[in-house]
Design a protein around this ligand. Structure first.
Ligand SMILES: Nc1ncnc2c1ncn2[C@@H]1O[C@H](COP(=O)(O)OP(=O)(O)OP(=O)(O)O)[C@@H](O)[C@H]1O
Ligand SMILES: Nc1ccn([C@H]2C[C@H](O)[C@@H](COP(=O)(O)O)O2)c(=O)n1
Length: 232
């Protein structure tokens, strides 16, 4: 028997505020894996479009420049980093303006092609394995992932979690904004937010973050110890 642990690829998808980032970072840290936040990449390209005066409601204009920004993602779960054309984008990509425009930019097929290629190259370079979180990782980006998880939670729970991050925020308005973004992300033609047929669905509504992390770590360990399926 070999002492070396085989590389593992974990895809974690789900709607906004279900706990994908928090869970993915903690699972990657616990298991010594790399981590990739694909939402941050779509936010980064959106920030670049805004900064360069591109009208994000004009899909043809967005498509024409989709290949221009150079986006680089760090994969350390303890210090996730993202740069655009060499500039630190970790702060600017979290603004309300980027959040309100990211669904329009990420619906453009040319944008998805560029970002999907980038995600696949990062995943294939991760020696020990990687946890990749987003909306279409299990269905499109990494359909052969060793484990696929689809996180869900009620809109009320998700809005309460998000509102808890910002003092004095309006839970009802947060809930509406989350639902609006999920509807846009689920209804776009190219690679919509969706659960892969072979994903394990975990409803986190009544679970603490720690319980979700433990659940996913257990699923990864079970998958690692299960005999590999050999394609015939
Ligand atoms: N099970 C949970 N119970 C309570 N709070 C949670 C739970 N999971 C995550 N949270 C909190 O909810 C908030 C949103 O979590 P997180 O950013 O991980 O979600 P997300 O799915 O990555 O969201 P988005 O897709 O919008 O980036 C964070 O403040 C996080 O600490
Ligand atoms: N694989 C992905 C990841 C993200 N997006 C888009 C849709 C989201 O609304 C947006 C921001 O993601 P978040 O930072 O909230 O996780 O990015 C996508 O289309 N595909």
């Amino acid at each position: 028997m070999s002492d070396t642990v085989e590389s593992v690829i974990v895809a974690i998808d789900g709607p906004s505020g279900t706990g994908k980032s928090s869970t993915s970072k903690a699972v990657a840290s616990a298991l010594g894996l790399s981590y990739l936040d694909t939402g941050a990449q779509y936010r980064a390209i959106t920030w670049w479009m805004i900064s360069n005066g591109i009208d994000v409601s004009d899909a043809a204009a967005v498509a024409a420049v989709a290949g221009k920004p150079v986006i680089e993602s760090g994969t350390d779960p303890a210090a996730p980093a993202i740069t655009v054309d060499g500039l630190d984008a970790s702060g600017p990509i979290r603004t309300q303006e980027v959040t309100s425009k990211v669904s329009a930019v990420s619906a453009v097929p040319e944008v998805r092609t560029v970002i999907t290629d980038l995600q696949r190259s990062i995943a294939s370079a991760a020696g020990k394995g990687i946890v990749v979180e987003g909306r279409d990782i299990g269905t499109t980006v990494l359909p052969d992932a060793d484990l696929k998880i689809f996180l869900t939670a009620s809109p009320e729970a998700r809005a309460a979690r998000r509102s808890g991050e910002i003092k004095g925020s309006d839970v009802a308005a947060t809930r509406e904004a989350l639902i609006r973004r999920d509807t846009a992300d689920s209804s776009r033609k190219t690679s919509p937010l969706a659960k892969a047929d072979d994903a394990v669905e975990v409803d986190t509504t009544e679970l603490t973050l720690q319980q979700v992390i433990e659940c996913v770590v257990t699923l990864v360990e079970e998958r690692r110890s299960a005999p590999k399926q050999v394609a015939r």
